[in-house]
Design a protein around this ligand. Sequence first.
Ligand code: HDE
Length: 706
Amino acid sequence: MPQQDQGGRTPEKQEQLDPLRDRPEDGHLTTNSGTRLHDTDNSLSAGERGPTLMEDFHFREKITHFDHERIPERVVHARGAGAYGHFRPYESLAEFTKADFLQDPDRSTPVFVRFSTVAGSRGSADTVRDVRGFATKFYTREGNYDLVGNNMPVFFIQDAIKFPDFVHAVKPEPNNEIPQAQSAHDTFWDFVSLQPESMHMVLWLMSDRALPRSYRMMQGFGVHTFRFVDAQGCGTFVKFHWKPLLGTHSLVWDECQKIGGQDPDFNRRDLWEAIETGNFPEYELGVQLVPEKDEFAFDFDLLDPTKIIPEEIVPVRPIGKMTLDRNPDNFFAETEQIAFHTAHVVPGIDFTNDPLLQGRNFSYLDTQLIRLGGPNFEQLPVNRPVATVRNNQRDGYGQQRIHPARAAYAPNSLSGGCPAVASPDHGAYLHYAERVDGAKIRKRSESFNDHYSQATLFWNSMADWEKEHIVAAYRFELGKVDTREIRERTVDRLNHIDNDLATRVAEGLGLTPPAGPAIPNHGRSSPALSMAGQEGLGPATRKVAVLAADGVSAADVRALRDTLTAAGVIAEVLAPHPGELRTADGGTVAADKALTTMASTLYDGVVLAGGEESVRTLAANGRAVHYLTEAFAHNKTVAAVGDAVELLRTLRLPGVRLAEDGDGVVDDHGVVSAGGGAGPTEVAETFTEALANHRHWDREVDGVAA
Ligand code: HDE
């Protein structure tokens, strides 16, 4: 088994990268051709106040390089964040696939993952309503395998030829380039309302799945049906699933909009900080396997990427775990230049005739050529396979390799026939010998025609709060659509999914609700589609704001910090000013950040520490009070310790019972308090448990969280 360093790098990979790594500390400043420089602050000029001279090669090189720093951003998925890690299978999957990296539980394979939004530009905010990309490059011994997935298991269109239409519709409108990174505008809704195959995916997009709390708490899906191939050449259909061990969790829309201003890098920062602090994100890879003989056993077509295979019909079998444990050293070199390609496959993994996948297999290579400036992008450090590359492809922009052989062709005798092709026994990729026979036609298969049943399945599977959020999202989005016919047409489409959904959306838009369902609801559901109950491992890595001011109880702060930290929770003390706070007993505690630089939206829970003077100060501080009411409105866990309970009482949080004098700890709808009967540690313990629920959806809050 090859040794790994912490970042999941094999020594081979490390060695490849090292000669290319910049070591600024090792020497002097030079030009790109290596000439040492004595001044980089002043241009060469004719006299102190004279013109700059053409001869100034350092100036010209520096400015020219700067002028050429930018490369085209990705046409979609422009904004992203990446990390290195490694993947290890739980057991051999030889029964289904000969893929080398899925054979041996003792062997781990280095990976790079890039998470992304789809519609926004490179500088857009993280917390927009959008699909998220979840693209994984496995640097296997048999070559790179790229699993280029999303955080939703279906897609908007069934055939790749519609992709430019779809992307043009969702991107900012061409006349004024408005709006940035949003689907809430006329062209998007015009397109999708005329394209019923998009209805299932649009429903996912209107759900909280489009607002992930963290890339660490997000599922991933390969979307298409792929094919595993075993050593005997037998195929098995496969769908890929990533499941985060921290559970699947989302923000709420009101938070997303605020965070867009407060911390546009919210998801990127979260990933970076988690890895820096050793809280390595983990995901389980699962597969749904369908024997070839069952290809037509479903009431949908396995080749149709607008359909899932419900987990209740074909369970997801966990096959391995991925851990992300190293941040990139340079965003541009690694995260920006990584080039994914759905056709980066290894022996044992093959395609199906899903028309979306077939088109992607063309697009990803093509897009790298323009974005990375030519055919040698695979030689960029982050793209280099750990497997040896050897072929007769030559030259091109940015060629890094020196090919000493005279013969760059096959067959040849001058190089002894090398490089020679391999047999499948020696690891050669052999395309699955699928029998194909057909007339040339432009026609969608009839088996792709049902656009609504799985949208209805998704809707039926939602918890009440999820449904409420979906309705609110449609109202928001369509409320931004100026053209009345588009709004009406969308409501009509929704009425093919569910009459209640269509009625609620129509009412919110002031439109006449449909008289009755266009198609009766089939009543089926699939519990795995709901995020309710996907709690994950507990409260670890959640962030909590502890509110305090001068005069705070040192014992409260200590108990909170100790208990939360012991559970792996990140506790930050926020105060009117950062630095040292005076405590009630005459000592000091550290305040990590100022209340003004943060917001409740950036935390998973808020706790108010006790201490008479501190509580009095915070009660008069509108911002501190807003932390509490806002966190409550977003259904987060809120707590008050000791005499801080009285401040919480003045807020009259609707439907919540707070502890009275002498009571022990009370947790009512995730609002935790205690009377004299319990100390700060017990409050902190109950708070920590409640935090693991992510949110408390049963609160009586009037639609703010939606
Ligand atoms: Fe992509 N997609 N896509 N896509 N996609 C790109 O490739 C494309 C689709 C996905 O972090 C592009 O390198 C077509 C489905 C991710 O670098 C481009 C079609 C799924 C990423 C492209 C689709 C995805 C991309 C743009 C319709 C989920 C970001 C830059 C047939 C299964 C990868 C690039 C990264 C990026 C084409 C549909 C996922 C233009 C033609 C379905 C995660 O090649």
